[in-house]
Design a protein around this ligand. Structure first.
Ligand SMILES: Cc1cc2nc3c(=O)[nH]c(=O)nc-3n(C[C@H](O)[C@H](O)[C@H](O)COP(=O)(O)OP(=O)(O)OC[C@H]3O[C@@H](n4cnc5c(N)ncnc54)[C@H](O)[C@@H]3O)c2cc1C
Length: 431
């Protein structure tokens, strides 16, 4: 199904795959016995593999679909180093010291990722561009100003309120009521970053195999035997890195993550000068709504990539497209005649406490639940798990402390999602 606003070149797959299609050619040899088996070939899995393979441990990554075909090659390429709960709320839950450690670790993950990309010469359009966080109501703008004024001591960073009068320097839209400029946030081409990481992991000796779903896990005296679509694999250590795609391979983890679809579109290149006028700073952008929208220009500056959650039920990305485009036009009515070239979606993983989690359950390592902000944290968590496996130690992270919660009767199918999204949309209208 196509719409009159789609371009003749319209395709229902990630914009990023045009330049960096998934690697379906390479055929690493399948290994039946390894030191480390990793299920999931996104940033989490590959960063772990990079550590373990570099240390000389035989390492195999398997993925049910195309390599990197989960969120890691289809996201918005906005990098924040933020976690959802604020310091005060974390302090109430974990105590002041632990709360600080979590906030600092998430921020450090952002810095670390920039260094990682630079040190390894990964060409992926990584830029420290800053974020414009747009206020969807005057009240939200006042809260953003208060947030900038009252930063916790020792955790200050550059937050600059931008009043409604100056807003057009950041975004040519009257939809918002000012916003906050967060200078340290970054942007990336997510698929090129993933490809660079994949090449690096393979160069260090990791085998990465697509179209190879992992199924039942059997415990053995010295590790695990995992049945996969290509055959059984025995391994000493096992990482579940499946995030919003977690299935029956890991029932304990599946009961703890809530898969939620996030939807994106790309426009065709805009008329000469229009992209520059709409989003002059070429930053990353999101807003203060609970049911958030996020957007940016493409790395070449010519298109707008726009994402969010527009339906209460999961939908095909093409079916969700009219509502997503409506949101885009609400911000930028000038785009009425700009054709849409791409639409796609993917499953992010939320958690019941709004925090990402990593740890070890029954001897199996896991890292997941990035709540839609996984570019830096998935990379960082995968790295930390990999280092722990190499050192034979506990995972060094403040995020291992909190209990990974589930809810009674929840088995991984979020029946409560539609009412929850409706409720949050309703609250957005009054906040
Ligand atoms: C549309 C969209 C926009 C987003 N935008 C942003 C953004 O701007 N900034 C940001 O920080 N984050 C964003 N995210 C989230 C971010 O992309 C993810 O948090 C991150 O990529 C998670 O990486 P991962 O390696 O943990 O999981 P994924 O990359 O999702 O990989 C999990 C893999 O596990 C595989 N798998 C599952 N079950 C099995 C099995 N049984 N056997 C084998 N393989 C299995 C899947 O096939 C999948 O490839 C976005 C996500 C989406 C969908």
């Amino acid at each position: 199904m196509q719409y009159e606003f789609c371009s003749p070149r319209f395709i229902a797959r990630p914009y990023w795959w045009g330049q960096t299609p998934p690697d379906e050619e390479a055929d690493d040899p399948f290994l039946a016995d390894v030191d480390v088996l990793i299920v999931g070939s996104g940033y989490t899995g590959l960063h772990c593999a990079l550590q373990t393979a570099s240390a000389g441990l035989s390492t195999q990554v398997v993925d049910a679909g195309v390599i990197g075909g989960g969120c890691s090659t289809r996201n918005g390429g906005q990098i924040s180093g933020e976690i959802k709960p604020g310091l005060a709320e974390l302090g109430r839950r974990f105590g002041a010291e632990e709360a600080r450690a979590m906030v600092l670790e998430a921020r450090a993950a952002l810095e670390w990722l920039g260094d990682f990309v630079a040190d390894n010469g990964i060409e992926c359009e990584y830029r420290r561009c800053g974020r414009f966080l747009a206020a969807h109501s005057p009240r939200q703008f006042r809260q953003l100003c208060a947030q900038a004024r009252n930063q916790p001591r020792g955790l200050e960073r550059s937050l600059q309120p931008v009043g409604p009068g100056e807003q057009r320097n950041e975004i040519a839209s009257d939809y918002y009521h000012g916003g906050l400029l967060i200078e340290d946030h970054c942007s990336v081409d997510p698929a090129r970053y993933h490809r660079g990481l994949l090449d690096l992991a393979r160069a260090r000796g990791a085998a990465v195999i697509g179209s190879c779903r992992a199924g039942a896990i059997e415990r053995q005296q010295d590790g695990f035997r995992v049945l996969t679509e290509r055959g059984a694999v025995t391994c000493r250590r096992l990482l579940i890195a499946t995030n919003g795609y977690t299935d029956g391979v890991a029932p304990w983890q599946r009961r703890r993550v809530i898969p939620i679809g996030s939807y994106m579109l790309a426009t065709e290149p805009l008329a000469e000068g229009l992209a520059e006028r709409l989003l002059p700073g070429q930053r990353v952008y999101s807003d203060t709504r609970r049911v958030v929208v996020y957007f940016r220009r493409s790395p070449d500056g010519q298109r707008i990539l726009f994402g969010g959650r527009v339906s209460v039920f999961e939908a095909d990305p093409v079916m969700a497209l009219p509502a997503l485009r409506e949101e885009l036009l609400r911000l930028f009515p000038e785009l009425e005649n700009t054709p849409i070239s791409h639409a796609w979606m993917g499953f992010v993983a939320y958690t019941f406490d709004h925090l990402p989690h990593l740890g070890r359950e029954d001897g199996i390592d896991y890292a997941m639940g990035y709540c839609g902000s996984g570019v830096s944290l998935a990379s960082h968590f995968g790295h930390r798990v990999g280092r722990a496996i190499v050192a034979g130690s506990e995972i060094d992270s403040a995020f291992t402390r909190g209990r990974f919660q589930t809810r009674p009767l929840y088995r991984g199918k979020p029946w409560f999602l539609a009412p929850a999204v409706s409720y949050y949309q309703w609250r957005d209208r009054f906040s």
